[in-house]
Write a protein that binds this ligand. Sequence first.
Ligand SMILES: NC(=O)C1=CN([C@@H]2O[C@H](COP(=O)(O)OP(=O)(O)OC[C@H]3O[C@@H](n4cnc5c(N)ncnc54)[C@H](OP(=O)(O)O)[C@@H]3O)[C@@H](O)[C@H]2O)[C@@H](O)CC1
Ligand SMILES: [K+]
Length: 519
Amino acid sequence: MIPLYSNSQIRALDSFAINQLQTSGIVLMENAALGISQAILSKFPSVRSVGIICGKGNNGGDGFAVARHLSNAGLNVKVIYLGDHFSMSEDCRTNFEICQNLAQQRSNLELIQFSSIKQLKNFKYRELIIDAILGSGFSGTLKEPISLIVDELNSINAIKVAIDVPTGLNADTGYGDIIFKSDLTITLGEFKKGLFVCKGYENCGEIILCEIGVGRDFFDSEFTNTFLFEPEDAYQFLPKRGKRINKYSAGKVLTIAGSFQYPGAAVLTAGSTLHSGTGASVLVIPQSVKKFIHKKITELVVQSYGNDDCKFLTPEDYKALESKIKWADVIALGPGIGREEQTIEFVQKFIKKKDFKAAVIDADALFALKDILSKADLRKSILTPHLGEFSNLVNLPVEEIEKNIFEIGSEFAKQYKTILVLKGAPTVTFTSIGEIIINSSGNNGLAKFGSGDVLTGMIAGFYSQSKNLKEAALLSVYIHGLTADLLLGTKTEFGIVATDLIKNIPSTINFIKRSFEKQ
Ligand SMILES: NC(=O)C1=CN([C@@H]2O[C@H](COP(=O)(O)OP(=O)(O)OC[C@H]3O[C@@H](n4cnc5c(N)ncnc54)[C@H](OP(=O)(O)O)[C@@H]3O)[C@@H](O)[C@H]2O)[C@@H](O)CC1
Ligand SMILES: [K+]
């Protein structure tokens, strides 16, 4: 997993380099600018005209130094800068002055002091625009005129590159209101956690790291609880299947999903358990939908509860299911069960009785959980809400959660000693001991009915084999996303549907195995 850091930890690197290694700030800035320029030149070799917008802090200083290097490389560079000589930080001023001197001798470098939004039309025909307005020094809400500038820059059709952090994004929280929308973010020193979630994920484009000339061993001793999941992690977390396992020791899953109103969710959830390698998968559904479901998946054992009129779960059905609940290694509970009052009672009874060994609690079961949350024992559970469901569970507006996703998610998982899989773009998993793991696969083709049901089944399927809550959750989230990524080529984000995901889980597992297995 790739460790991710906070702004203050990156600043500590700065002060370590300056105070302990006695590297001056201007040297760090020069190293950063060289790395940034080289990255831009190699990624966009055909670009000839560049617009750079510089703030008055050190992010702006990086921008002036990059302007010099790109002009040295023969590109036509126009800089609009926001500060004046007196308000600039020391290193920013140094690079501004060098740039100014150079511009007097060169025709391919021009500096313009910002005085009105209209000046941004100078950037209209630039092939590439670099945002060096604000970086890690940004806090609070973007003030004018920077907010207006960012809005205007976002409307220009050009390749966009952000230095360190897109202006307007808080690199600690991943939140921001108005944010520079970049295609490429070249971040300095180390990866900052806010780049990878919520608005960061939405606005950073590709994220690459640029070292600043002091190595990365400083971070060996820096603690972080936040990580980005990597493909190698998925390979490592794949359950080990012994040669002599049988259908029961290969994992037993009971899926309690579906209702007369939503029978499809049951098929998707239970189907996904099978394709994730579970040995024995049993689906229980109301009697009234049994006929319809049985034809769908031959390998499933489908059992029913209630009489012919039974359309949804009621607490009276618990007795009929009790032995199966005790038998299974894990229960996949919730997709499509509906929100009838009696169904809610069933779920609450299920949670209170604690007859299950482990459970993946999703969808309508999360809705039912809300009223008993404070008394629920969730230590052997994985909760899989999307932001809306989580918002309902914790009684906070979605926007409030997005502003502080790391803290709110982490506090929840620690308080209830549970695994919280907060589904979104991207999905973030929080563990009971405070780890935060951001997923690195998936695309917006997953934003469809049924995708979540598949994930629930996968988590149960993998858990039944590994018996490790955290690994099962992380592996499933990654494979679920990667399956959608691998389908993009043929199905596109428009055409990917839940049944495609299920069918392709095995080929995704094969892809991961082939990528990492020793030849
Ligand atoms: N990491 C590394 O190792 C290295 C880091 N380096 C670089 O240094 C950068 C950090 O530089 P930094 O500390 O000078 O801050 P920076 O991002 O330029 O912003 C300062 C400006 O923000 C402004 N401002 C703040 N809030 C605002 C708001 N809400 N709305 C509007 N304005 C707001 C604030 O204005 P003020 O509030 O003071 O008027 C001030 O002018 C870092 O991102 C990286 O690029 C490299 O050079 C070397 C190696
Ligand atoms: K920036």
